[in-house]
Design a protein around this ligand. Structure first.
Ligand SMILES: [Zn+2]
Length: 506
């Protein structure tokens, strides 16, 4: 019969003591870490008895170097040696095998040893740090804190600009597949509206408040919301915190509905950035589906189409929503309910595209990942020309000849935003007959994405100025930048938790 090892003994004890553990739980007792703990306990006991390695070695008949290997957690003792050690140290075997580190110091040393064995730590390429007796606890604590931060930053979903743009492109592909109409979310919204007694037309403030309590939440308006968030939901006390004053598309009403959207749609903490984006799109969709219920919007649009008076501003008016939200909701309904294919863009005065959707064959500028956000829109498109229109806040209409055909577009600078953004909806030439503004005489020609259209300077100018200009670039928009890591990208969790703590005791 072979001499059982300490591991065998531990294993045996484990089964004796821990039969209540679930079977899938790992047997941590046999991992490296427990050998380290064992070594720590051995060293602690030896020192507390005032013995050197040589003293102890003599009593158990082993070389000091062998005991040193044991104390450093690099070798596993056989049961016979374990018993000899216990006898020499005048302590029961159990004392040596206990899982708790013998002291704060030992605990720190074990944690550091464990950290250094982590493959993630090893990727740093540092040589193994041997902990000497004189290394202060503070130094070890410091290293462990850095290691903790390293783990946190590597294991949570983060998004590089490339990942963010890829995730966006994938999402757009899915929206395209469904004609930007999400029937399942429409259903959840419809059921929610039924549950709170919605009777048709625009949704009243009272209905919205009923909706909040329908989900078992209370509302609280505050002035000190963390800067990185638009709302915070306290799931423990079931409270939704909102900032009192908001501008533009993100009025408290829409933020509130997006928050409830996450709850209504059973969203879990996002697993990665793509998941985060998908959840945000779905929650926004839910919010719009409540404020502009399908059952009210569809008859309204069908009638407007029959009268050849389709427009976005009427929709925004009737349902008291921003122009952007109305235009977006229009895209949810157009293909599914009106048989219209169309495109939608949001861009700033420089032509930088923030949002885009198309299923009418229009070809957007895009990068190698298929991302459109952050690209520059053709100078000849309506979204650019609207900024030069005489009255830049009325709706601008334009026909544009492009390599994929002629399109008719309506474009409007949404006045509900702090910054100027053009919101554009467009359809193929033959579909313009259903819209108000089809009699426009504005007509432009675009050869984009051909670089000679407008993306490269005209040759005469280039010849004159090449090498003679030194522009200073303005910092770029958020769609292009790295989002800070965290379970919710871009959100400062420390701020959020501090905020919740501050308010939950009120
Ligand atoms: Zn162009």
């Amino acid at each position: 019969m072979t001499d059982p090892t300490a591991k065998d003994l531990l294993f045996f004890r484990y089964h004796q003591a821990m039969t209540t553990l679930r079977p899938e739980e790992p047997l941590n007792l046999t991992s490296d870490v427990d050998l380290v703990t064992f070594g720590q306990r051995l060293r602690h006991l030896r020192r507390s008895r005032g013995m050197t390695l040589a003293d102890l070695g003599e009593r158990v008949g082993r070389a000091p170097s062998q005991l040193s290997l044991l104390e450093n957690g690099r070798r596993e003792p056989k049961l016979s040696l374990l018993q000899a050690l216990a006898t020499a140290l005048e302590a029961p075997v159990e004392e040596l095998l206990r899982r708790q580190p013998p002291s704060r110091r030992a605990q720190l040393e074990i944690a550091l040893e464990e950290a250094q064995r982590d493959p993630l730590y090893r990727t740093l390429g540092l040589s193994h740090l041997k902990v000497g007796k004189r290394m202060p606890n503070e130094v070890i604590e410091h290293i462990l804190a850095l290691y903790g931060e390293l783990r946190r930053s590597r294991t949570k979903p983060t998004a590089s600009p490339e990942e963010a743009r890829k995730a966006n492109a994938e999402l757009r592909r899915q929206m395209h597949e469904r004609g930007n109409h999400f029937a399942d979310i429409e259903n959840v919204a419809a059921q929610t509206l039924d549950a709170v007694g919605y009777r048709g037309g625009a949704v009243s403030q009272g209905t919205l408040m009923t909706l909040v309590s329908h989900f078992g939440f209370g509302l609280q308006y505050v002035r000190d919301l963390p800067r990185s968030v638009r709302s915070v939901t306290d799931l423990r006390n079931r409270r939704i915190y909102l900032e009192r004053e908001q501008l533009g598309m993100h009025t408290p009403r829409t933020i509130l509905l997006q928050t409830l959207g996450h709850i209504a749609l059973d969203h879990d903490q996002p697993a990665d950035f793509a998941d985060f984006l998908r959840q945000r799109v779905e929650a926004n969709y839910f919010g719009a589906a409540i404020l502009m219920p399908e059952r009210a919007v569809v008859p309204f649009l069908q009638e407007a189409k029959a009268n050849r008076e389709l427009s976005v501003e009427d929709l925004a008016d009737v349902f008291s929503v921003s122009y952007e939200m109305a235009a977006h909701r229009f895209t949810n309904m157009a293909t599914h309910h009106l048989g219209l294919q169309l495109h939608f863009t949001k861009n700033d005065e420089n032509g930088t595209i923030y949002k885009a959707y198309a299923n009418d064959g229009l070809s957007f500028p895009q990068d190698s990942d298929g991302a459109i956000e952050g690209q520059r829109m053709c100078r000849s498109w309506a979204g650019r020309h609207v900024f030069n229109a005489e009255d830049r806040f009325s709706v601008y209409y334009q026909y544009t000849d492009t390599p994929t055909g002629t399109y008719w577009c309506l474009s409007h600078i949404d006045p509900s935003h702090e910054r100027d953004f053009a919101i554009t909806l467009g359809v193929r030439y033959e579909d313009s007959r259903w819209f108000r503004g089809r009699d426009s005489t504005n007509r432009e020609k675009s050869a984009c994405p051909d670089g000679d259209c407008c993306q490269r300077p005209p040759k005469a100018l280039a010849d004159r100025w090449e090498g003679m200009a030194w522009p200073s670039a303005r910092a770029h928009s958020h769609v292009l930048s790295v989002l800070p890591p965290g379970a919710f990208p871009g959100v400062d969790e420390a701020d959020v938790y501090a905020f919740l703590d501050r308010h939950s005791t009120e």
